[in-house]
Design a protein around this ligand. Structure first.
Ligand SMILES: NC(=O)c1ccc[n+]([C@@H]2O[C@H](COP(=O)([O-])OP(=O)(O)OC[C@H]3O[C@@H](n4cnc5c(N)ncnc54)[C@H](OP(=O)(O)O)[C@@H]3O)[C@@H](O)[C@H]2O)c1
Length: 265
């Protein structure tokens, strides 16, 4: 597979490194503008680094768009003449629709993907939606590329990309929010920052592993850990009295509505 990553920042480099690690047949080129980043990128000899599209190889099969959404119109102008209808274009840019990309690059085969922050450590969640012209064979390659950074879900409609944005895209911040509140309480109990982090982080890690290792749903696990009149019961009763469940759903819905606004062409 001959891949060109446009934008060698946090995500572009994450993908380049993960794909290099997972696909022995991949030839990876990166187009990057920042001179400092180019110097940094050149330290890794797994990639070919370019600063103009004209110098990039002409036989690229897959283009991964990993620049900030704000600069995309500029990038379209710069690379449009390089793109052809046989190439597969994968975008990980937040809020940039399939329509914007197919029109901006005058191309047919486009995949819009939404990764999240843990992609940087190979534990990401990526939802993606493909344009009609993307074939089943293309989808095998798309999955191979996206799975290099974690788990992948193919969504049924482009609208669901906004839902994925609200769930797994913004989700790590919700988890940090919950962890932070528990750490604040741990410090109020007299634990140090390091102790609070260890207790809270390992509670999240252990619970996630337990959940992953069984077919038991979250409600049943909650019931199993709760005895009437006990400590967990006291906490969950307080959460329910404060309508925490609705608060979390409303927050997620607010993220979804904002994602929809940002995705307007
Ligand atoms: N970070 C996340 O967790 C996350 C999650 C989901 C989606 N995304 C999406 O991923 C994309 C990249 O985010 P990021 O955090 O990796 O941003 P980033 O670190 O700023 O990387 C973007 C890179 O593209 C370079 N660039 C700008 N214009 C260019 C051009 N014309 N040609 C080639 N390279 C160019 C930038 O250089 P300069 O620094 O010189 O501008 C920068 O190095 C965004 O669209 C974002 O929405 C990110």
């Amino acid at each position: 597979m001959k891949l060109l990553v446009i934008g060698g920042g946090n995500m572009g480099l994450t993908y380049a490194k993960s794909i290099a690690k997972n696909s022995s047949d991949a030839t990876i080129s990166i187009l990057e503008k920042s001179p400092e980043k180019i110097q940094e990128l050149k330290k890794d000899t797994s990639f070919d680094i370019y600063n103009t599209i004209e110098n990039c190889p002409k036989d690229i099969e897959i283009v991964l768009l990993a620049v900030k959404p704000q600069v995309i119109q500029h990038v379209f102008k710069e690379i449009a003449s390089f793109i052809n209808n046989k190439q597969l274009v994968i975008s990980i840019m937040a809020g940039i629709t399939l329509n914007t990309i197919t029109q901006g690059l005058n191309c047919l085969k486009v995949v819009r993907a939404m990764p999240n922050l843990p992609s940087q450590v190979g534990a990401g969640v990526t939802g993606y939606f493909a344009s009609e012209k993307v074939t089943n064979t293309d989808l095998i390659i798309v999955t191979q590329i996206l799975e290099a950074t974690g788990s992948v879900i193919k969504v049924k409609t482009e609208d669901q990309i906004d839902a994925i944005t609200a769930l797994s895209g913004s989700g790590p911040a919700y988890v940090f929010y919950f962890m932070n509140a528990m750490m604040e309480q741990a410090k109020d109990f007299g634990f140090s920052e390091a102790e609070a982090k260890s207790v809270v982080l390992n509670t999240f890690l252990g619970t996630s592993k337990l959940f992953e290792s069984s077919d038991v749903n979250a409600t049943t696990w909650m019931e199993r850990v709760t005895s009437k009149g006990g400590t967990t019961h006291a906490a969950l009763t307080s959460f329910n009295n404060n309508k925490l469940n609705s608060i979390i759903k409303e927050g997620t819905l607010a993220a979804y509505n904002r994602a929809k606004e940002l995705s307007k062409d």
